[in-house]
Design a protein around this ligand. Structure first.
Ligand SMILES: C[S@@+](CC[C@H](N)C(=O)[O-])C[C@H]1O[C@@H](n2cnc3c(N)ncnc32)[C@H](O)[C@@H]1O
Length: 371
C-alpha cells in the first residue's frame, strides 16, 4: 500500500465541492452550514467550500442532499494533451489512490483547446497510474472492490482535477435494495424534507409511498442517524486516511409518527424490507389514496404521486389527494414532487410551486400547500 506523504496535512484547508441536482444548490448550502458549520458558495450544479481533509471526508455520510462529494487535487492551465499528462504526473495523488485498485476517470471539456473528453480521460488514467506507481504489491493486498474515481473538468483551458470521496453515487444509501415503480432518489427525499422545514417531530404521511424512500429518510433524519447503512466510501480507503477511526452519530430518542400507504402490495413489501434494513419504524398500510386517514390533527403530507403514465391513469391519484386535503387532512401541510404542473393544480387551486429542479434529466417541481 502506498504510504501517505509525510506532508499530507489532515487539517490544512482544502477545496471541496458538493455535486447537487441542479436547482437544489440552496438546499445543500443550508445543510452544509447546519451540519458542519461551514459557509459554502453556491455554484451551478453544486456548492464549493473549504475545510481540512479529515473534516471534509467525515461529511461523506453526514450530509444527505449531495450526489457526490469531491476533493480538489489540482487546478491549472492546460493547452495540449501532453501538457495535461505532465501536469497530472506532478499532482499529489499518492495520498488518495491505490495503485492496486481500478481507476475510473471522467472528463468534461468546455470552451477549451482540449475538446475530446475521451482523449483527456485516457491521458489522465495513464498519468495517474504513473504518478502512484510503487513497489509490486502481493495479490492478497489488491483491492478490486474499491471504486476510485477521478473527475477532470476543463473549462476555458483551465483544468480542475478532483477525487470522488464517496466513490459510488451518494444517493445509494445501502438500505434500498428493493424498489417499486419510479422510485425517488434518496437524496431528493432528504432535500424535500429539508425544503418542507420538517422538524423530525411533526407527523408525516406518504400516501403514494412506493418503496418507502421518503419515510425511511425521514426516520433516519429524525433519529439523528446517518442516512447510510453502507460504509464503503472511497475516502475511508485513501492512504492518507486509512488509519482513521470513523464514528457514527448515536440515535436520538423520540420517534415521530410515520405512515406510508400504497395501493400496490409489491411496493409495500419493498418498503417494509427497506425500512427493516434501515432500522426505521413506519406504519405501512395497503390503501388507495382516498382511504387514507390522518393520524393527527396536523402534520406534513409529503409525497411523489404517480406520473409519466397516461394522464387518465394519474389524474385520479391527484384528485384523490385533493379530496384528502379538503377532508381528513384539512389542517395539514402538503409538499408533492411532480413534473406535471397541470396535475399539481388538480390537488388544490391554492397550491404553489416552491422550486423546480432536474431529477435525472426530468424537470420536476416541488409544490406546496400551507405554511
Ligand atoms: C412515483 S411512485 C412513488 C415512488 C416512491 N416515492 C419511491 O421512492 O419508491 C407512485 C406510487 O403511487 C402508487 N399509486 C398510484 N395510484 C395510487 C392510488 N390511487 N392510491 C395509492 N397509491 C397509488 C403506485 O403504486 C406507486 O407506488
Amino acid at each position: 500500500m502506498p504510504k501517505p506523504s509525510a506532508k499530507t496535512s489532515l487539517e490544512a484547508p482544502r477545496r471541496w465541492f458538493l455535486v447537487v441536482p441542479p436547482g437544489l444548490e440552496h438546499v445543500a448550502l443550508a445543510e452544509l452550514k447546519e451540519v458542519a458549520g461551514v459557509e459554502g458558495e453556491q455554484k451551478p450544479g453544486g456548492v464549493s467550500f473549504r475545510t481540512g481533509l479529515l473534516a471534509g471526508a467525515s461529511l461523506v455520510d453526514r450530509l444527505r442532499v449531495p450526489t457526490r462529494l469531491l476533493l480538489e487535487i489540482g487546478h491549472g492551465p492546460v493547452h495540449t494533451y501532453d501538457e495535461l499528462a505532465i501536469w497530472v504526473r506532478k499532482l499529489p495523488l499518492a495520498p488518495f489512490l491505490h495503485a492496486t485498485a481500478p481507476l475510473e476517470v471522467h472528463a468534461t471539456c468546455d470552451n477549451s483547446r482540449l475538446r475530446f473528453h475521451e482523449i483527456a480521460e485516457r491521458k489522465v488514467t495513464a498519468a495517474a497510474a504513473e504518478a502512484i506507481k510503487g513497489p509490486r504489491v502481493p495479490e492478497w493486498e489488491q483491492r478490486y472492490s474499491l471504486t476510485q474515481r477521478l473527475q477532470l473538468r476543463i473549462e476555458e483551458d483551465q483544468a480542475t482535477l478532483s477525487i470522488d470521496a464517496g466513490g459510488e453515487l451518494l444517493h445509494r444509501r445501502g438500505w434500498r435494495t428493493s424498489v417499486g415503480e419510479a422510485p425517488m432518489r434518496e437524496n431528493l427525499a432528504a432535500a424535500l424534507l429539508q425544503m418542507a422545514g420538517w422538524d423530525g417531530q411533526e407527523a408525516l404521511v406518504d400516501p403514494f409511498c412506493g418503496s418507502g424512500t421518503i419515510l425511511i429518510e425521514a426516520g433516519l433524519l429524525a433519529s439523528g442517524r446517518s442516512s447510510f447503512t453502507r460504509t464503503d466510501f472511497a475516502c475511508r480507503e485513501w492512504p492518507a486516511l486509512v488509519r482513521q477511526k470513523w464514528s457514527r452519530p448515536a440515535a436520538k430518542a423520540g420517534v415521530p409518527t410515520l405512515c406510508g400507504s400504497d395501493r400496490n402490495p409489491a411496493a409495500l413489501t419493498a418498503a417494509r424490507d427497506n425500512a427493516e434494513r434501515a432500522g426505521v419504524a413506519v406504519r405501512w398500510s395497503r390503501l388507495d389514496v382516498r382511504e387514507v386517514e390522518a393520524p393527527a390533527s396536523t402534520g406534513l403530507l409529503l409525497s411523489n404521486p404517480p406520473y409519466g403514465e397516461r394522464l387518465e391513469q394519474a389524474e385520479p391519484a391527484y384528485r384523490g389527494l385533493g379530496e384528502l386535503m379538503r377532508g381528513a387532512f384539512a389542517g395539514w401541510r402538503l409538499l408533492i414532487l411532480t413534473p406535471e404542473p397541470r396535475l399539481a393544480r388538480m390537488v388544490h387551486p391554492a397550491i404553489r410551486c416552491l422550486t423546480t429542479f432536474s431529477n435525472g434529466g426530468l424537470k420536476v417541481g416541488a409544490w406546496a400547500l400551507g405554511d
